[in-house]
Design a protein around this ligand. Structure first.
Ligand SMILES: NC(=O)c1ccc[n+]([C@@H]2O[C@H](COP(=O)([O-])OP(=O)(O)OC[C@H]3O[C@@H](n4cnc5c(N)ncnc54)[C@H](O)[C@@H]3O)[C@@H](O)[C@H]2O)c1
Length: 353
């Protein structure tokens, strides 16, 4: 097995989870890149890596086998395309791009070049999600799925914010849109669209509604009915002001409930940024016995698990079980949800790869 030699591009909030995962997966961090040297320098020191403000230096290094893209979503495309053109494997944070056309371009570039491409939707790698996937066949025919991300974002349902992360300046962009490309649909809802694909396969038809308050450039509610080969999915992403709801009573209320002919799975997914303390739970109800079993898991970071999976496959030179289309699928679904909401039409999802 060849050691993965990686350049990490983007050293903001999310990068600590990637650095941790890369280290545990045995990758060698050779380069650390950020426009802001102050946030990158400590990582360069920790890993004995070289700092650069220009990702092209990483891409030009023949020793580098992997570029890990953890910048804001708006610049994912240019970095991914440059890395792929140089024959590097890519791990890119979600969302892969800001629209499905750009995501498609990245996927097609990787296919043409024969390089490995992962979009890091780490919730697939929660031990509770992995166990749910393992138990899924025991449910028999899937009848219906309810999936929701209810996240506490403060009082977005009242007056427009006049400052801070959620302030939309007249004629300008809010920070939530600048950094993440949109509101609750893109931030939290994208993960659940990925989980729908992971558990049930690609949705082929949907009808959606989206609430974007007047004067703002981000949505605070997206709800949809999705049709899959494994039944209908009731989907909702919501920014709400309730501090103490959710199974850990911390305002985070994310839940996947899959009902089959033989039983039911309830996945309670914990707040993502404190994986050492907040752990997801899975409950399996079996109709034959009438018993429910609650699965509790060790505090394992899903980012570490994701990086372990990606690096193990990269070391073998193969894509493995997560297809390169993962990030594109979600970006395509987001666009269809937005279009359905804007037109009031149910849409067939036109996948282009
Ligand atoms: N998986 C999750 O649950 C999750 C959670 C939060 C954020 N994210 C995703 O992670 C990504 C980063 O989010 P964040 O919260 O860390 O943002 P951030 O703003 O904290 O960090 C982004 C960093 O990228 C750097 N950067 C921007 N353009 C660059 C360029 N051209 N070259 C080098 N560096 C550049 C910025 O200087 C900044 O330090 C986004 O795509 C976001 O959607 C995922």
């Amino acid at each position: 097995m060849k050691q993965v030699i990686v350049g990490v591009v983007g050293c903001g909030n999310i990068s600590r989870f990637h650095f941790s995962g890369l280290e545990k997966a045995g990758a060698r961090v050779k380069w650390v890149c950020d426009l802001n040297e102050a946030v990158a320098r400590p990582w360069a020191d920790q890993f004995g890596a070289t700092y650069t403000a220009d990702f092209r230096q990483i891409v030009a290094d023949p020793e580098v086998t992997l570029v890990d893209v953890t910048t804001v979503s708006a610049v994912h495309k240019s970095i991914c395309l440059a890395a792929i053109a140089a024959g590097k494997a890519v791990i890119c944070e979600k969302t892969l791009a800001e629209n499905p056309d750009d995501a498609l371009e990245i996927v097609r570039a990787a296919a043409a070049k024969g390089t490995i491409l992962y979009t890091s939707y780490m919730k697939r790698f929660m031990p509770a999600a992995a166990k749910a996937k393992e138990l899924l066949p025991s449910l028999g025919r899937i009848i219906t799925t309810h999936i929701r991300a209810h996240q506490c974002w403060g009082d977005q349902w009242g007056e427009n914010p006049t400052e801070g992360f959620f302030f939309t300046p007249p004629g300008g962009k809010s920070l939530v849109r600048k950094n993440y490309g949109g509101g609750i649909l893109v931030c939290g809802g994208s993960h659940l669209l990925d989980l729908v694909g992971f558990f049930l396969g690609r949705p082929h038809r949907l009808y959606a509604t989206v609430n974007t308050p007047a004067g703002r450039d981000y949505d605070i509610l997206a709800a949809a009915l999705l049709e899959t080969a494994n039944g209908v999915v009731h989907y909702e992403a919501l920014a709400h002001p309730l501090n103490k709801i959710g199974f850990l009573r911390d305002g985070w209320d994310e839940h996947v409930q899959i009902t089959g002919a033989n039983g039911r799975l309830d996945l309670y997914s914990a707040l993502w940024d404190d994986p050492q303390h907040k752990v997801s739970v899975l409950v399996h109800y079996d109709n034959a016995t009438g018993q429910s079993h609650e699965y509790r898991f060790d505090a394992v970071s899903p980012f570490d698990e994701a990086m372990r999976f990606f690096c193990a496959n990269l070391a073998q030179g193969r894509q493995g079980a997560q297809p390169p289309t993962t990030g594109y699928d979600v970006d395509e679904l987001i666009a269809h949800v937005q279009r359905s909401a804007a037109t009031g039409q149910a849409l067939t999802v036109a996948y282009r790869c």
